[in-house]
Design a protein around this ligand. Structure first.
Ligand SMILES: *Cc1c(COP(=O)(O)O)cnc(C)c1O
Length: 424
C-alpha cells in the first residue's frame, strides 16, 4: 500500500514529512492535537479537475463543508473555484475569504427563510432546490426582497453509489433531492413561479465514491430529464453532477479527477449536450489527502486482551472513526526500530466509541508523535467541544513554510457565550 497523501507526504529516513516539513518538529513547535495541510496538495487537486475541464464552459464549486477554514477557502478562491454551500454561515465564510457570491451554489434540504433572504441579497449564483415546498418558499422570499432566484432542482437519480449507507445520498429512500418521476412536474411549477428562474439541474449521489460508473448512470438519468424538461419549453443551461469522488485512506484506488471528468465529458458529448455548462461540487477529493492530524502518545496501557495507546486527540477532534467506523492510516511521525505490538489508538474522551484506530501495529513510546493520515476532509470540520475540550490548531504549509491558520481554541473562548443565572 502506498502512503495515503503521497507524494506530498513521504518518509525521509525515519522522519515523516509533509511538503518537506518534519511533522514531528511541527507537532513540537505548535503543540498537539494539530491539523497540518499542504496547500500544494490542494492546488494540485484543483488543477487535476481544471485540466480536464479546460476549454469547456464549467464551474468547479468546492463543497466547503469538507473543510471550511478561511485559509483553505482563500486558497480555492485564488485557484479560481466557486463554492457549494449548505448554510448562511458558509456563505459568510466564502465572503470573508474573498470569494464572490456570484460563484456560489446553495445546496441543502433545510434552507430557512432567513438563509434564503441573505443568499438572495448577496446574489448567489444558484439555489439547488431539494423539495416542492422549498420552491414555493424561495419564490415568496425572492418576490419579497425584489430579486429573482436562479434555481436548479436537485434530482434524486436513484443510483447506488456503492459507498457507506451514511454517505450514500442518491437512492430513493434518502432524504435528499426531488424524486426522478416528479422532476418534470417540479420544473413546470418552478417555471411558473414569479420569483424563480430555472437555470440548471443537479444531483449528488454520495461520498467516497471509488468508481466512475455510478456517475455515468446518474449523468444519464439527469440528461434524460434535461431532454424531457426542455421538450416542455423550459431551458436548462447547466448540469451539475455534484461531488463525491473518493480518496485513498487505505487500499482504495479511486479514479483520478481528470479521468472522471474526461469520462463525464465524453458521455455528455455522445448525447449531444456538449454546449451545456458543467458544474461539479468536489469536497473530499480536493482536501482529504492534503491534511494530517498530529497527536502525542500520552500513555501505553497494555491489557489482557487488548493494548491501548492513549493519545491526546479524541473523537471531538476527529469524529470519522466514531461516526462511520472509518479506517484512517496512523503513522509514527518519527519511526522507531524495535517491536511493534498491536494497539487500539484511543483518545481521552469518556466514551468507548472514542477511538482513532483499532488493532494497529506500532512501535511507540509515550511522548512520541503520531500522524492520522487523510485527515484534510470532514475532520476539523466536524470538531466539537465535547468534554470541554478546546478545538485543535491548524497549520497550512505554504511554499514549504508553516503558517498558523487557526489558533488553538482557548478555554475562555468555550465559555464566552455562556451566562450564570443572576442571583435574586
Ligand atoms: C457534501 C456534498 C458535496 C461534496 O461531497 P464530497 O464527497 O466531499 O465530494 C457536494 N455536493 C453536495 C450537495 C454535498 O452535500
Amino acid at each position: 500500500m502506498s502512503l495515503p497523501g503521497a507524494p506530498y507526504l513521504a518518509r525521509q529516513g525515519a522522519d515523516l514529512q509533509l511538503d518537506g516539513c518534519s511533522l514531528d518538529a511541527l507537532a513540537r513547535e505548535f503543540g498537539t492535537p494539530l491539523y497540518v495541510y499542504s496547500q500544494r496538495a490542494m492546488l494540485d487537486a484543483v488543477a487535476a479537475y481544471q485540466r480536464a475541464l479546460a476549454g469547456r464552459p464549467h464551474l468547479l464549486c468546492y463543497a466547503m463543508k469538507a473543510n471550511p477554514s478561511l485559509a483553505v477557502l482563500q486558497t480555492f478562491v485564488q485557484a479560481g473555484c466557486g463554492f457549494d454551500i449548505v448554510s448562511a454561515g458558509e456563505l459568510e465564510r466564502v465572503l470573508a475569504a474573498g470569494g464572490s457570491a456570484s460563484r456560489v451554489v446553495f445546496s441543502g434540504v433545510g434552507k430557512t427563510r432567513a438563509e434564503m433572504r441573505r443568499a438572495l441579497q448577496a446574489g448567489v449564483r444558484c439555489f439547488n432546490v431539494e423539495s416542492q415546498g422549498e420552491l414555493e418558499l424561495l419564490s415568496q422570499q425572492a418576490v419579497a426582497v425584489g430579486r429573482t432566484a436562479q434555481v436548479s432542482l436537485r434530482v434524486n437519480p436513484d443510483v447506488d453509489a456503492g459507498t457507506h449507507p451514511y454517505i450514500s445520498t442518491g437512492l430513493k429512500d434518502n432524504k435528499f433531492g426531488i424524486a426522478h418521476d416528479q422532476a418534470v412536474a417540479s420544473y413546470r411549477r418552478a417555471a411558473s413561479l414569479p420569483g424563480l428562474q430555472v437555470a440548471g439541474i443537479d444531483c449528488h449521489i454520495g461520498s467516497q465514491i471509488t468508481q466512475v460508473e455510478p456517475y455515468l448512470d446518474a449523468l444519464d438519468r439527469l440528461l434524460d430529464l434535461v431532454e424531457a424538461v426542455e421538450a416542455e419549453g423550459i431551458t436548462i443551461r447547466h448540469v451539475d453532477v455534484g461531488g463525491g469522488l473518493g480518496i485513498q485512506y487505505g487500499t482504495e484506488a479511486p479514479p483520478q479527477a481528470d479521468e472522471l471528468v474526461t469520462r463525464l465529458l465524453q458521455r455528455i458529448d455522445a448525447r449531444g449536450h456538449g454546449h451545456r455548462e458543467l458544474l461539479m461540487e468536489p469536497g473530499r477529493s480536493l482536501v482529504g489527502n492534503a491534511g494530517v492530524l498530529l497527536t502525542e502518545v500520552l500513555y501505553l496501557k497494555p491489557g489482557a486482551s487488548k493494548n491501548f495507546c492513549i493519545v491526546d486527540a479524541a473523537m471531538n477532534d476527529l469524529m470519522r472513526p466514531a461516526m462511520y467506523q472509518a479506517w484512517m492510516a496512523i503513522e509514527p511521525c518519527h519511526r522507531r526500530d524495535g517491536a511493534a505490538p498491536t494497539w487500539d489508538v484511543v483518545g481521552p474522551v469518556c466514551e468507548s466509541g472514542d477511538w482513532l484506530g483499532r488493532a494497529r501495529e506500532l512501535a511507540v513510546q509515550p511522548g512520541d508523535m503520531l500522524a492520522v493520515l487523510s485527515a484534510g476532509a470532514y475532520a476539523m470540520a466536524m470538531a466539537s467541544n465535547y468534554n470541554s475540550r478546546a478545538r485543535a490548531a491548524e497549520v497550512m504549509l505554504v511554499d514549504g513554510q508553516p503558517v498558523l491558520i487557526r489558533e488553538r481554541e482557548r478555554l475562555e473562548d468555550l465559555m464566552a457565550s455562556e451566562r450564570l443565572i443572576p442571583r435574586p
